[in-house]
Design a protein around this ligand. Structure first.
Ligand code: BG6
Length: 484
């Protein structure tokens, strides 16, 4: 339960608001985790009435999310929803919001301004709010949630951070990466640091390689305009995949406090060996699914990658020499996000184990989605043989253990954290810039003569063959455990 709070959602008629924000706020309401005095104000260009906003939000909730809404609960929740149309480019919009808030709120209420808009409006909105004195924390706290993409390269991210810091203190800024709100992603640190058994072997002495896969079966759908400019690196690697890598690789912190965690994450990213523009052909692979250029709002000769695979090394004592293989793509064979820790094989074989290097090495696999689970693969004796071995799995499954509805949507957790001022799962300014610093040279290299070929892959596959060759150079291969 938090203090009296008003959520002001910019871009409230869009997909994110309908699919994620309203359903998550509704869920928090049903769990009695919103303040008794809360208001949700939607602002967007469309001229909807309050009633239309409520009706459309309700329909989306029933159609698009897992939330089961009882009519009575929904009606109660909906009585807190209002909608106003406004042009983000006009100062009157912000004056109007200010006046509305003064009219409808309890004095001293807190404000969460959620920027669920295309990125070109981020600064416009923040400036409009600052010009009407809405970001000052004299009478209740003021927090601004900023969606991704945060900038499109180092320069733009830095400029955005600078402009934001002119009117907001860093403690008021919540840069979202929804992957951090996923329970299974948070469990990476719990598995590592709430147990004694993994940490002693979590290093170059025992770990052979780390694989991180985030694969989707969908294509770009209706997002061609955004995606064709962004591509897979800006859309997935610079944020989600890099976050996963830092959680796997970071050092333990002394506490679970936001800045302690963010400092350690920053150290990992600083230690990642940059892939220089003239090295992209050695360490990266890029692909585009067949049919991508025929998608709506995609240019017909687009060179945008919808798939990438990369090999990184981390130059520190823990990880020296251990490759981190990252891959992500659209229109892949399965929707699956997983992290596979491949351990070294035994130094000397006394049993007739399989010769295949992958088959007999121990694997710890974290299935982030779907089938959220953790699996440990190890060798066991085949009964009835003298000493033959076979790989077997020890499994932990979230839903079996905690119940079928135990995994809330990432946005639910993140919205609650913004309300309580818990910033651990949000990205600090310095991390956004360091992340771009890592991926800028790769994107530059992809535009140069050293660019790896943009391979066309068939929808429903695991991407271009080159990604198999990338790992083959290290006598390694992609492993897929999760997703069936
Ligand atoms: C978003 C990307 O950040 O993450 C999308 O912009 C992608 O392109 C989505 O589809 C994937 O999220 P999830 O939670 O479905 O894995």
């Amino acid at each position: 339960m938090v203090d009296s709070t008003t959520y002001i959602i910019f871009g409230a008629s869009g997909d994110l608001s309908r699919r994620k924000l309203i359903p998550s706020l509704f869920n928090l309401f049903c769990k009695k985790r919103l303040a008794a005095d809360f208001q949700i104000i939607g602002i967007a260009g469309r001229s909807w009435s309050h009633e239309e906003f409520r009706r459309i939000s309700h329909e989306s909730l029933l159609e698009l999310s897992d939330v089961k809404a009882g009519d009575e609960e929904w009606n109660l929740f909906a009585s807190h929803l209002t909608y106003y149309s406004g042009d983000f480019n006009k100062p009157e919009t912000y004056q109007f919001i200010q006046a509305k808030l003064a009219e409808m709120e309890i004095p001293g209420s807190n404000h969460i301004y959620y920027l669920a808009t295309p990125p070109e409006y981020f600064l416009e909105i923040i400036t409009g709010l600052a010009n009407t004195d809405q970001l000052k924390e004299e009478n209740g706290w003021r927090r601004v949630v900023i969606e991704k993409p945060f900038g499109s390269d180092l320069q733009s991210a830095r400029a955005l951070n600078q402009s934001i810091h002119e009117v907001l203190d860093e403690h008021q800024v919540y840069r979202i990466d929804h992957y951090l709100g996923k329970e299974t992603v948070q469990n990476i640190l719990v598995a590592r640091f709430a147990n004694t058994i993994f940490e002693p072997i979590w290093n170059r002495n025992y770990i052979d390689s780390v694989q991180i896969t985030v694969a989707e079966t969908v294509g770009v759908e209706t997002r061609g305009k955004y995606y064709d400019k962004a591509g897979i690196v800006r859309d997935m690697f610079q944020n989600h995949l890099l976050q996963l890598l830092t959680l796997v690789a970071m050092e333990p912190t002394s506490s679970y406090k936001a800045d302690a965690l963010r400092d350690e994450k920053l150290k990992v990213i600083s230690a990642i060996r940059p892939i220089l523009a003239n090295e992209v052909d050695q360490h990266t692979v890029r692909g585009q699914y067949r049919g991508y250029t025929a998608e709506p709002n995609v240019v017909p000769d687009s060179q945008t990658a919808t798939y990438a695979a990369m090999r990184f090394f981390i130059d520190n004592w823990r990880w020296q020499g251990v490759p981190f293989y990252l891959r992500s793509g659209k229109k892949m064979a399965q929707k699956v996000s997983e992290i596979v820790i491949q351990f070294k094989t035994v130094p000397h074989r006394i049993f007739p184990m399989q010769n295949d290097f992958n088959a007999s090495s121990n694997l710890l696999t974290m299935c982030l989605q779907p089938n959220e689970s953790i699996h440990l693969r190890f060798e066991a004796k085949v009964p009835g043989t003298q000493a033959d071995t076979r790989s077997v799995d020890m499994d932990f499954n979230y839903r079996d253990e905690f119940g079928p509805n135990s995994l809330p949507d990432a946005y639910e957790r993140l919205l609650l954290d913004v309300s309580t001022g818990e910033a651990s799962l949000f990205t600090r300014a310095d991390q956004t810039e360091l992340s771009w610093q890592l991926f800028d040279p790769i994107l530059k290299g992809w535009e140069s003569s050293r660019a790896p070929t943009l391979s066309i892959y068939e929808p429903g596959t695991w991407g271009p063959d080159e990604s198999v060759r990338l790992l083959g150079q290290d006598q390694c291969e992609w492993i897929q455990i999760c997703g069936g």
